[in-house]
Design a protein around this ligand. Sequence first.
Ligand code: ATP
Length: 211
Amino acid sequence: MIGVYGGTFNPVHYGHLRTALEVKELFGLQRLHLIPCRLPAHRGQPEADAEIRMQMLAAAVADTPGFFADRRELERDGPSYMVDTLAALRSELADDTPLLLFIGADAFAGLERWHRWQRLFELAHVVVMTRPGFLHGPLPDFLRQRLADDSRLLSDAPAGRIYFQPVTALAISATEIRRLIAAGRSPQFLLPDRVIALIRQHQLYQATTDQ
Ligand code: ATP
């Protein structure tokens, strides 16, 4: 099984890294591709440019076996659509290798607005990472028909299911980290020291205009 964990990673922090490690272990992933988006399709342009976000991510996961900082969305023109990313990855894998797309509950709430969202399920399973105790509301027919109530169902097919996986939610957000730095406060212990060193080196987030 191969996993995909996308995000803006502006910057990557322990909220991302801890959940990434948990799902890697829970699903016994051979490899988890962490993929920063070049142009976020669903939000404003983040402040740190894509290359630096990529550098921070690569520094954060350099020593973690099975984690792969994947720059494929940076190499593509136009908006970063997950469906294109999964199609590219799928073409590199054996047809029967399960591919798991991990998304947060916040991203799941907007899933039906993603470009060609139903096609995602031809390419991968979708695993929604939830807080313990999270109950999803009524699902549209398309998702209800694909709901897996046991994670073992995900290894039986290369794609096509949706599964809800509780993970440890650390109360860390990139927005809050950018705010702290802009306010001259230390972000230490919220993200790896190597990422903090890169933030200092590139003087990122000194003044933040987003929320
Ligand atoms: P921002 O504050 O800029 O919105 P973010 O910290 O939410 O950023 P993203 O890069 O947008 O980070 O998130 C990528 C993925 O990581 C999303 O699916 C999101 O749900 C998940 N994620 C973000 N923060 C956490 C956290 N503290 N714990 C678990 N998952 C998280």
